[in-house]
Write a protein of this length. Structure first.
Length: 293
């Protein structure tokens, strides 16, 4: 195996790397050495541990997106201001000690009013546009911090971030609701909760405690409670971000099962969201960045 270059997606909790030949991945490696576990001086060693077996004797380009470019990361890559192309920020090149590494860290995007930022998602957006340059609509990127991104004429026009995923994790694992949740799912309960939250998003906090009360008084099952919790939070998110999806072409970038829940919620609103694989979008965006750097 002789890769031409190496693609890396560096998240907060995990990192993935691909040995690339042109636009074709030859191998993939993963580790738990995400940005949150490292200090700036640790990144090169973590990268070498991951890709050591792929390195030739001469320098090889390593193109990195995500949290390696954060303020707490390897080296901060300044944000580009929207509206702009998703790759408008270019890259920074951190100093490395191993002469076989030629590292480029891609920049993120920022929005001044209302204030918002992204790192990593811009590369997936660039990947979508590399495959479909005429895409005009909204991209939804579900995750810990879900992004809703308006794209037109090859540019990110505006975006908003919802902390729905993080709020779900906090409530499910650290709040009183944890006592009534269990693995499993209830599609009907999820759909009903989405509709309830969209109809009265201001009642969210009251409806959340209702999950605990229903479990104690009426035997609400763990899987149903879990589905209702997800539905209430996603419904409130859709209500808050209605201008981003109402009457729009919407594509969802991500992986099952989380993206399936967003697709179900949007389908119930009369939309037909397109599903885009997150890994393919990331690799397409990294490949386009490699061609430019």
């Amino acid at each position: 195996m002789t890769p031409d270059w190496i693609a890396v997606d560096w998240g907060t909790s995990q990192v993935r790397a691909w040995a690339m030949h042109g636009d074709t991945p030859l191998a993939v490696a993963r580790s738990d050495a995400g940005m949150g576990t490292l200090s700036p001086g640790d990144f090169e060693a973590a990268l070498l541990t991951l890709v050591q077996d792929w390195l030739p004797d001469s320098p090889i380009a390593v193109v990195i997106c995500g949290m390696a470019g954060a303020r707490q990361g390897w080296q901060e890559a300044p944000y580009a201001s929207v509206p702009c192309a998703p790759d408008a920020g270019g890259c920074v090149r951190p100093q490395v000690h191993d002469p076989r590494l030629d590292v480029r860290i891609l920049a993120g995007l920022k929005q001044d009013r209302p204030a918002d930022v992204m790192r990593g998602e811009e590369t997936q957006i660039a990947g979508v546009l590399a495959q479909d340059p005429r895409f005009d609509g909204v991209l939804c990127l579900p995750g810990t911090h879900t992004k809703w991104v308006q794209v037109s004429a090859g540019e990110v026009v505006s975006f908003r971030t919802s902390m729905t995923g993080e709020i779900f994790a906090l409530l499910a694992n650290q709040s009183v609701l944890r006592h009534g949740l269990s693995d499993g799912w209830d599609d009907a309960a999820f759909a009903d909760a989405v509709a309830e939250a969209m109809a009265r998003p201001e009642a969210l906090a009251v409806r959340l405690f209702g999950l605990r009360a229903e479990g104690l008084l009426h035997g609400l099952s763990g899987p149903t409670a879990r589905a209702r919790l997800s539905g209430l939070l996603i419904g409130a998110e859709l209500a808050a971000l209605r201008p981003y999806w109402l009457g729009q072409r919407v594509a969802i970038i991500g992986d099952a099962p989380l993206c399936d829940t967003y697709a179900a919620a949007l389908t119930a609103q009369g939309l037909a969201p397109q599903m885009i694989d997150a890994s393919k979008a990331t690799l397409s965006g990294l490949t386009a960045a490699h061609a430019k750097t």
